[in-house]
Design a protein around this ligand. Structure first.
Ligand SMILES: Cc1ncc(COP(=O)(O)O)c(C=O)c1O
Length: 467
């Protein structure tokens, strides 16, 4: 059994966090080796003169992070070698995605995934664990039964307040349905609207190629409408409804201009038309004041879909739809028929996380981090590759790069991916032809790696016309 030297500062508070942090550093630094058995919680609590619950919390945190394992009859030990580190650290060598070369990425292995994905190594594990713990120790057993398919009331209450405060939305809890993310929210809304009449749905061109099959599967007939420097070209809109990304268009990154916002409202009110607002990354806005959502301007015409995917983690699969009450009720019923609703423990945990300020705090921290990363990437591009036109940098987690003459989208994408950059070609997202372009996510690209990555891209692309 290890005799531990743990220093805590009683004036600082957060004793469980301090203990966890000391243990984590000891494991990382090799002072505590794999397999080492830790003192029983009661003994360590006595040694440190803290309550046993505090030590339990610290151990549980490290178990959740994969540093410790706990077994009945054996106690708690440092995770043995074979399984150590898999929980919090990315593996040293990435498995290349299909079609990618095996070249070692200079930026590390873990910048893959979608260009819009957040940096998951900063998931607020401790605070989220505290929220889940709170839920598990306080909710009555009956709360774990089948929940309201529209979502648990506590979460709808908290979210309504959050969306009013942060997105200038016009919502009350009865307008909200909790769903498994923007993708599911859009599907459900389209199913409901499509029951009333076959739906001709305008979509931005270019648009996320992942969304197209989802929209079609929901029964919509898609009508592409061009996007220009001001966002969706509203004069060319047709259809019964439109799905739009006004805060940060995907993929171009354009913020819908104020005249276009007004024109879009007029279009909706001129007929019995609906705007589906995809607010996928609106929390991250760097240079200007946040633009309120469209839903706040026209709550009877706009259906707002958002999620925690970019703010916290896509894997949580938690999101919301804000709709006029009759439509919200229809979406709620559709969710009940489809799969009986979202997991309740996570919903209660998110309600607690919002209520106790964890969500705001995490967002503030990540906004600062992402802003530094974006600045580093944009600066490196300006210095090393001035011929690349960088756009869409006001908000979100990706930039849109228009490529110079002779640069091929697929080759650029492959070169960037080999360097560890999360990149996608824009061509497959277009209905009508447009300039060669790619999107590059910067959420997982540390600022000090940006210049190296961009220089690598320059070297690779400088040879592209030769072979
Ligand atoms: C533009 C856009 N909308 C919606 C989504 C889906 O988001 P969610 O995880 O909330 O379903 C994504 C995901 O990458 C996206 O890029």
């Amino acid at each position: 059994m290890a005799d531990l030297h743990i220093q805590i500062n009683r004036d600082e508070g957060g004793i469980a966090g301090q203990i966890a942090s000391e243990l984590r550093e000891s494991i990382r630094g090799g002072r505590l080796t794999p397999g080492t058995r830790l003192p029983a919680t009661r003994d360590l609590a006595t040694d440190l003169q803290v309550s046993r619950g505090v030590v339990v919390e610290a151990y549980e945190q490290l178990v959740a992070e994969g540093f410790l394992v706990s077994k009945v009859g054996v106690g708690t030990q440092v995770t043995p070698k074979a399984t150590a580190r898999t929980a919090t650290r990315p593996k040293a060598s990435p498995r290349p995605e299909p079609g990618h070369s095996n070249a070692a990425p200079v930026c590390g292995p873990y910048y893959g995934h979608r260009p819009t994905s957040p940096d998951l190594s900063h998931f607020p594990r401790e605070r989220w664990l505290a929220s889940v713990r709170h839920v598990l120790t306080t909710v009555p057993s009956d709360a774990l039964d089948y929940g309201d398919p529209g979502g648990v009331p506590e979460l709808r209450e908290e979210l309504a307040g959050y969306l009013r405060r942060v997105r200038a939305a016009d919502v009350r809890p009865e307008n909200l349905v909790i769903v498994g993310g923007v993708a599911q929210g859009l599907s459900l809304v389209l199913h409901v609207l499509g029951r009333r009449r076959p739906l001709r749905l305008a979509v931005e061109d270019p648009t996320s190629h992942r969304q197209v099959p989802l929209l079609r599967r929901a029964g919509a007939h898609l009508v592409p409408v061009p996007v220009d420097e001001e966002g969706l070209d509203v004069r060319r809109l047709s259809g019964d409804a439109v799905v739009v990304t006004p805060a940060h268009q995907y993929p171009t990154g354009v913020v819908l201009s104020p005249p276009r916002r007004a024109a879009l409202m007029e279009w909706a009110y001129a007929g019995d038309r609906t705007i589906l607002e995809d607010d996928y990354d609106a929390e991250f806005r760097f240079d200007r004041d946040p633009v309120g959502c469209l839903q706040g301007l026209a709550p009877d015409r706009v259906i707002l879909s958002g999620s925690v995917s970019k703010a916290m983690a896509p894997g949580l699969r938690l999101g919301w739809v804000a709709a006029p009450p009759d439509l919200a009720e229809a979406v709620r019923r559709a969710r009940g028929e489809l799969d009986l609703g979202s997991p309740v423990i996570e919903q209660y945990a998110l309600a607690h996380f919002l209520r106790t300020g964890g969500y705001d705090k995490h967002l503030r921290r990540m906004r600062r981090k992402y802003r530094r990363r974006r600045d580093a990437l944009v600066t490196a591009l300006a210095e090393e590759l001035p011929e690349v036109r960088v756009k869409g940098i006001d908000a979100g987690l990706h930039v849109y790069l228009e490529l110079p003459d002779g640069w091929d989208e697929l080759r650029t994408t492959r070169a960037a991916q080999e360097l560890g950059l999360s990149t996608e070609p824009v061509g497959p997202m277009r209905e009508s032809p447009g300039p060669a372009a790619v999107v590059v996510g910067f959420a997982r690209l540390p600022a000090h790696k940006a210049a190296e990555a961009v220089r690598g891209l320059k070297v690779r692309m400088s040879g592209q016309n030769v072979d």
